[in-house]
Design a binder for this molecule. Structure first.
Ligand code: MN
Length: 196
């Protein structure tokens, strides 16, 4: 069973001026694609032959975990973004954010702080537990909160390859522009599906 690079849900230049076409060409077209290729080389003959990507994310270790989780994380990241995104969540997700963090502004501040302060490469996540309680988690490298039984709702990739072409070393500038392309409808849908 071959793992596939999912289609990008928008054109390569669709997130400009916040994330450039060149960044997406490298990030999706090279980095994400390479994780898929590596996974397809490493899974045959391992105990994960025929395993779902989610099983690999939850159970694998070492290189199969690293490549499998990076495939999952990037697909999820692209789905968290959209052209003309940004703004604020609505409905039950907004209520949950207000309840947990005080306000959307305070949530945004905390998530941005988690993204800019994560040392080295990794991912910052908005997650909910089985009771629907929200939290912000930092994960190093290919880390994924599914391994802790937490359900991902939103992620920001803070590997340097996510922003170095556009922003050089300025991770905070990347995080500021990340908010302008968040697909809150998708995040709301993840939240509603997972607490239902
Ligand atoms: Mn990445």
């Amino acid at each position: 069973m071959a793992y596939e690079l999912p289609a990008l849900p928008y054109a390569m230049d669709a997130l400009e001026p916040f994330i450039s076409k060149e960044t997406i060409e490298f990030h999706y077209g090279k980095h994400h694609a390479t994780y898929v290729n590596n996974l397809n080389k490493q899974v045959p003959g391992s105990r994960f032959e025929n395993a779902s990507l989610e099983t690999i994310v939850k159970e694998a270790e070492g290189s199969i975990f690293n490549n499998g989780a990076q495939v999952w994380n990037h697909s999820f990241y692209w789905n968290c973004l959209k052209p003309e995104g940004g703004g604020e969540p609505e409905g039950k997700l907004k209520e949950a954010i207000d309840r947990e963090f005080g306000s959307f502004g305070q949530f945004r501040e905390m998530f941005s702080q988690a993204a800019t302060s994560l040392f080295g490469s990794g991912w910052v996540w908005l997650v909910c537990d089985r009771a629907g309680k929200l939290s912000i988690v930092q994960e190093q490298n290919a880390g994924n909160p599914l391994r802790k039984g937490l359900m991902p709702l939103l992620t920001c990739d803070v590997w340097e390859h996510a922003y170095y072409i556009d922003k050089r070393n300025r991770r905070p500038a990347y995080v500021e522009d990340f908010w302008k392309v968040v697909n809150w409808k998708a995040v709301e849908a993840y939240y509603l599906n997972r607490v239902a």
